[in-house]
Design a protein around this ligand. Structure first.
Ligand code: F6R
Length: 619
């Protein structure tokens, strides 16, 4: 939530504004309630900010150009304290002379107490934000210390909550100082210039060399230096790494939206997540986990924590992990796990699933699991992010950058990584479980091609979606691993098409929700393959008949060759046959395409749906 960019070039370098605006464009998915920049210009700091999307700020700057500069910071906002107005937009100035400007991501929990104190001292506030409080605290510390880094260290000692702060001061023209606590910040290492960003997308157009910062650290960048200290003032070494994707990966590449591109990239996301994780004989090697095999063999319970779409990947994993390993597996929304009293001990494996690696709810759950002594593994798509750092081990998904707010390719990559983890646990347990793991791995390798087959067949789904552009409500039913797929189909439609949608376990319908069925009500049904155990296929076919008898319009997702559904389906959407536990990688694709096409037909911005942000860094 909120995107932050900072840049310092050599004194003669006048590109800072352009670099920061480009970074903001790449970070806009993190929040788009307002955007703003601060540039250092001689003896004053010029701040320009506008509510609404970045385009509003750009138009303003085009109309009234800012001075060329070598030092700038920029912000794109997802509003927390104070509405999305021009005055609440960042940057905020601090101090009576306004010679310092600050941008912020996160929430300063003690802002009210600090504001009361500052007001009593005569500070004047122009916004309702907690950020302006931080700006005044920082300005007061600057007046006392005369140095921006020292001021930042003193200021963070007074702030509570989660925050990333960047600051510039007119007295220190070639310097940007940043601080992070439970909120993301990475450093981009350039030649004669350095960068700060909420994630590497902020500077990927200029450098792929990055420095990972830890929690509770302050970083000072100049054109030629990067120095990092802990909140205690002691110097620390950041971890340098090379970003394995480039600026082209973060562009639309000819697609009308990032979401359309990312849906199409799904075969690659799954293939890349599988890549290099098996030996030639098919044995899984997850050395990167760096957790001893004995520790994994000692696991007696798995708990998966995640939010939103990632939690649905976790739900799929529960079915698979329990089936393959016979280890009990629970899935819990991260924000619920943290604030109850979960039964977790050192033999519990807590697996967090997160695309961004920054979701605050998930991060807090991981920290809590640590405190309780659990072994923690993170499944994550973003190198250098916080959740992997706070976990004992990480299994990266290789979906590439996901820019659209609605998650698609990351979801498939998360499911794939969950399968890998489950199969690895099964392999470690040996015997028939290891044989099962080897057989499933063979099938998993065929999935990218099958996903491509589904994508190649989407024309009819697009037609159905366009035809349904005025629909007010859609229901989604599934059973077994089709249940989380139904939940995901409903979530996609809600978040990008703003249509009321509900996902249900098909068996639950008769316990209440069937009352929603009236003539013409569209219902998607994710049908398990005929090979699914316990005659689930027949049971879902009965469910289809029950709702059709009450007038529902049935949109059935079924395997090739499954003729039993035909008499009760208004539409049949076919996916290739696969073993039951792997089916979500196929059955969710038509639901993603449906939501995308319907939202597009309604003329909505599918990449930046209202009220949302890609990376949810507040609790
Ligand atoms: C929905 C969506 C969200 C995220 C959730 C967790 O399309 O993207 O529900 O899945 O906010 O985000 P990560 O995976 O970054 O932890």
């Amino acid at each position: 939530m909120c995107g932050i960019v900072g840049y310092v070039g050599a004194a003669s370098d006048e590109t800072a504004l352009g670099v920061v605006m480009e970074g903001l464009a790449r970070l806009e998915y993190r929040g788009y309630d307002s955007a703003g920049v601060a540039v250092l210009d001689g003896d004053h700091v010029e701040v320009r900010k506008r509510s609404g999307k970045l385009a509003n700020l750009r138009a303003d700057i085009d109309a009234r150009p800012l001075p060329p500069t070598a030092t700038a910071i920029g912000h794109t906002r997802w509003a927390t304290h104070g509405g999305p107005t021009d005055t609440n937009a960042h940057p905020h100035r601090g101090g009576a002379d306004g010679r310092l400007a600050v941008i912020h991501n996160g929430i300063i929990e003690n802002f009210h107490a600090l504001k009361t104190e500052l007001l009593a001292q005569g500070a004047v506030f122009s916004s309702e934000t907690d950020t302006e409080v931080a700006a005044h605290v920082l300005a007061a510390e600057y007046d006392r210390t005369g140095d921006l880094t020292a001021a930042m260290l003193a200021a963070v000692a007074r702030l509570q909550g989660a925050f990333t702060l960047l600051a510039v001061h007119v007295d220190q023209p070639g310097v940007v100082v940043g601080a992070r606590r439970n909120s993301p910040l990475v450093v981009g290492l350039g030649e004669g210039a350095n960068y700060l960003g909420s994630d590497v997308a902020a500077f990927i157009g200029h450098t792929r060399e990055a420095l990972e910062l830890g929690q509770d650290q302050v970083v000072t960048i100049t054109p030629t230096s990067v120095s990092v200290v802990g909140f205690d003032g002691r110097p620390v070494e950041g971890r340098r790494y090379h970003v394995d994707w480039d600026a082209a990966a973060a562009t639309k590449g000819g697609y009308p939206s990032f979401m359309a591109k990312e849906i199409d990239e799904q075969p690659h996301a799954v293939a890349d997540t599988l890549l290099g994780r098996t030996k030639e004989d098919g044995e899984l090697v997850l050395d990167e986990l760096r957790v001893s095999e004995d520790a994994l063999r000692a696991v007696t319970k798995v708990v998966i924590v995640a939010c939103g779409t990632a939690s649905y990947a976790g739900m799929v994993a529960k079915y698979a992990i329990e089936h393959w390993t016979r280890i009990p597996c629970e899935v819990e929304l991260a924000h619920e796990f943290r604030y109850r009293d979960p039964v977790v001990d050192r033999h519990t494996l807590v697996v967090s699933v997160s695309q961004s690696g920054e979701t605050m709810d998930t991060l807090m759950a991981v920290k809590h699991a640590h405190e309780l002594g659990a072994l923690t593994i993170s499944i994550c798509n973003t190198h250098g992010s916080t959740i992997p750092r706070e976990s004992d081990a990480v299994l990266y998904t290789h979906a590439g950058p996901e820019v659209a707010v609605a998650s698609t390719k990351a979801f498939l990559a998360q499911i794939t990584a969950c399968y890998l983890l489950g199969l690895y646990l099964a392999q470690l347990r040996g015997g028939t479980q290891a044989d099962t793991a080897a057989a499933v791995m063979r099938e998993l390798r065929e999935m990218p091609e099958k996903i491509q087959t589904v994508l190649d067949r989407m024309e009819r789904v697009r037609e159905i979606a366009r035809f349904m552009a005025d629909t007010r409500s859609v229901l989604f039913l599934g059973r077994h691993v089709g249940f989380p797929v139904a939940l995901e189909g409903a979530l996609k439609l809600k978040e990008i098409a703003y249509i009321h949608a509900e996902g249900f376990a098909a068996g639950e319908l008769k316990h209440g929700p069937i009352a929603l069925i009236e003539p013409g009500q569209p219902v998607f049904i994710v049908v398990p393959g005929p090979a699914t155990p316990h005659e689930l296929h027949a049971k879902v076919v009965s469910n289809i008949q029950e709702i059709r008898a009450r007038g529902a319009r049935t949109l059935v997702i079924a395997e090739d060759g499954d003729e039993a559904v035909v008499p009760f389906a208004d539409e049949v959407i076919r996916v290739p046959a696969t073993s039951p536990l792997l089916a979500p990688l196929l059955t969710v694709v038509p639901l993603q395409v449906f939501a995308l096409e319907l939202a597009t037909a309604k003329g909505l911005d599918v990449d930046q749906p209202r009220n949302l942000a890609k990376s949810v860094t507040v609790e």
